[in-house]
Write a protein of this length. Structure first.
Length: 267
């Protein structure tokens, strides 16, 4: 794993000022609208396409619902009525998400989101990469890099994720073997890279490694065999771990960690 940043993670306190010079923004001439929206830090490119289709984006005050619309120099793009522009500098943060926090940029029911947890400590507009459900804790990447986010969540890049699952009862070896072989769920086979007991822990605690990102997949794998997941914690994400990162805290990735993620995604 890449060397961890020496900077102390923080959940509270003053905003850090990054004095590195900003990188030059990418030219937007001819850029597809969904890519433009993603580069503005609103969402990943895939999610940005849905945002456009849902009618949340206008160009020069005219509603555009075609994600492949090509941006021209001078176009004024708005998201929900507010002008958006591509972020000048890409930023990357890792969070140790606590329970009862929603992995979205906003919530219509007023529940706490991961962005509420960050508050104003990050100047740039960032969004979570992938999702952890409300009851799941652990590692979550936040960035304004739409291209990296898309690759991190695409199954073809096989980004490794390791979870620590606590079940409602002990699970026998035979069931672990069934999980390794790949269970047939309602949305197809659920491939698992590895699953095993956690050393020196009760057999109700299991480590499971996957690279797929389907909705609530870990919980559904165990539910298929009659187990309830009482606790689920993501402890590893694409080479990143929770070392020295307390629950509810967030820190910027080190330069070496960013390079590692881009290497994994071929960016």
């Amino acid at each position: 794993m890449a060397k961890q940043s020496n900077r102390k993670p923080s959940a509270y306190g003053k905003k850090r000022v990054d004095r590195r010079p900003p990188t030059a923004p990418e030219s937007t001439e001819g850029m597809r609208l969904n890519k433009y929206v993603a580069h503005c830090g609103v969402a990943s490119r895939r999610e940005a396409a849905e945002i456009v289709k849902q009618g949340h984006v206008s160009v020069n005050n005219e509603l555009v619902i075609e994600p492949f619309y090509q941006i021209k120099t001078g176009d004024i793009v708005k998201f929900k009525g507010k002008v958006i522009k591509p972020e000048i500098r890409r930023v990357y943060y890792i969070m140790n998400k606590p329970k009862d926090v929603i992995t979205t940029t906003s919530d219509e029911k007023g529940r706490k989101t991961v962005l509420d947890l960050i508050g104003d400590r990050v100047e740039e507009r960032v969004f979570p990469v992938g999702r952890l459900d409300r009851d799941t804790t652990g590692l979550l990447l936040l960035t304004n890099d739409g291209e990296l986010a898309q690759k991190m969540t695409h199954p073809s890049y096989k980004i490794k994720k390791i979870y620590h699952a606590t079940l409602d009862k002990s699970i026998p070896k035979e069931h672990l073997e069934k999980i390794r072989e790949g269970l047939e769920l309602e949305d197809g086979i659920a491939p698992v890279d590895e699953v095993d007991y956690i050393m020196e822990r009760p057999h109700t605690e299991v480590g499971i490694t996957i690279h797929i990102g389907r909705n609530r997949i870990v919980r559904r794998i165990f539910a298929h065999l009659g187990y309830e997941v009482l606790k689920l914690d993501r402890v590893y994400l694409g080479g990143l771990t929770k070392k020295d990162l307390p629950r509810g805290f967030v820190r910027p990735l080190s330069r070496q960690e960013v390079i590692m993620l881009k290497h994994f995604t071929g960016k």
